[in-house]
Design a protein around this ligand. Structure first.
Ligand SMILES: C[S@@+](CC[C@H](N)C(=O)[O-])C[C@H]1O[C@@H](n2cnc3c(N)ncnc32)[C@H](O)[C@@H]1O
Length: 237
C-alpha cells in the first residue's frame, strides 16, 4: 500500500483535462461561495444525502475523487468518523482550499490514473467531478479498479430535469448562471463551460447503463431537487 497522503505530480490528460485544471485553479478561491449562492444552498442538502448513503455502508475506507475544495470529504469525515477517508483531486489550488478547511488525507492525483492499489476502498464517491473528466468510461473503469468487489460507487452530478422544470432550468443555466457567476468569480467562461458540460453529460437510464458497462452492477439513479441533480449508486462486480 503506498503512502496515501504522499502528493505526486499528476500528468494532466491532454485536451480537456488540462483545461479543466486551469479552470478550477482560476476559480478555487471563490468556488465555495459561487457554489452555495448559485445552488441556493441546496448543495449542502445534496452532499448530506450522499453522506447518509455512505454511512449506511459502515465503510472502513472511503475515497472521495475530484474532491475539489473538500465539501463532501468534510461531511464524510463528520458522518463516518471511524472510516479512513482519502480525498483526491488533480488541481492543487482546490486541494489547498480543502486542506485549509480541515480535510485530512489529501492526495494530488488524476482520477484517470489513481495511485492506489486494486480493491483498496469500500466506498468511492465523486461529486460534480465525473462530468469534468476527459473520458467518462475510462474514468469509471479506473474508479472500479480501486473499489473492492461488492463495494459502493456513489456519483452525484447535475442533470437536465424533465419538463416543466426543464425550460426554466435551461434558461437559468445558459443566461442567468454565467452572468451571476461572472460577478462572483470574474470567470464567466468557467460557467459557460458548466452549462455546456451539463447538457452533454448522460443522466438517468443512460448513466446507469454507462456505469454498468464499466465494472459495476445494480446501478440506480435518484433524482434530487426535481432532477437538477442525480445521485447514482452502483456495486463493484
Ligand atoms: C465541480 S468541482 C467538484 C468539487 C467537489 N467534489 C464538490 O462537490 O464541490 C470538480 C472537481 O473535479 C476535479 N477534476 C476534474 N477532472 C479531474 C481528473 N481527471 N482528476 C482529478 N480531479 C479532476 C477538478 O479539479 C475540480 O476540483
Amino acid at each position: 500500500m503506498p503512502n496515501l497522503t504522499e502528493p505526486l505530480s499528476p500528468t494532466p490528460a491532454p485536451g480537456k483535462g488540462a483545461g479543466v485544471q486551469r479552470l478550477f485553479s482560476a476559480i478555487a478561491r471563490r468556488y465555495d461561495l459561487a457554489n452555495h449562492l448559485l445552488s441556493g444552498g441546496m448543495d449542502f442538502l445534496w452532499r448530506r444525502r450522499a453522506a447518509a448513503i455512505v454511512r449506511a455502508e459502515s465503510p472502513q475506507t472511503i475515497l472521495d475523487v475530484a474532491t475539489g475544495s473538500g465539501d463532501l470529504a468534510l461531511v464524510l469525515q463528520k458522518t463516518c468518523p471511524t472510516a479512513h477517508i482519502t480525498a483526491t483531486d488533480f488541481c492543487q489550488p482546490m486541494l489547498d482550499e480543502a486542506r485549509r478547511k480541515g480535510v485530512q488525507n489529501i492526495v494530488l492525483a488524476d482520477a484517470l490514473a489513481l495511485p492506489f492499489p486494486d480493491a483498496a476502498f469500500d466506498v468511492l464517491t465523486v461529486a460534480f467531478g465525473l462530468r469534468n473528466m476527459e473520458d467518462w468510461s475510462r474514468a469509471l473503469r479506473e474508479l472500479a479498479r480501486v473499489i473492492r468487489p461488492g463495494g459502493l460507487l456513489l456519483v452525484l452530478d447535475f442533470s437536465v430535469p424533465p419538463q416543466p422544470l426543464r425550460t426554466l432550468y435551461r434558461f437559468y443555466l445558459h443566461h442567468i448562471l454565467p452572468r451571476l457567476a461572472s460577478l462572483l468569480t470574474g470567470e464567466k467562461a468557467a460557467y459557460d463551460y458548466l452549462a455546456d458540460s451539463i447538457e452533454t453529460f448522460p443522466s438517468g437510464p443512460s448513466m446507469n447503463a454507462l456505469i454498468q458497462s464499466c465494472g459495476f452492477t445494480e446501478a440506480k439513479c435518484q433524482p434530487l431537487t426535481g432532477g437538477i441533480v442525480s445521485l447514482y449508486t452502483a456495486r463493484r462486480t
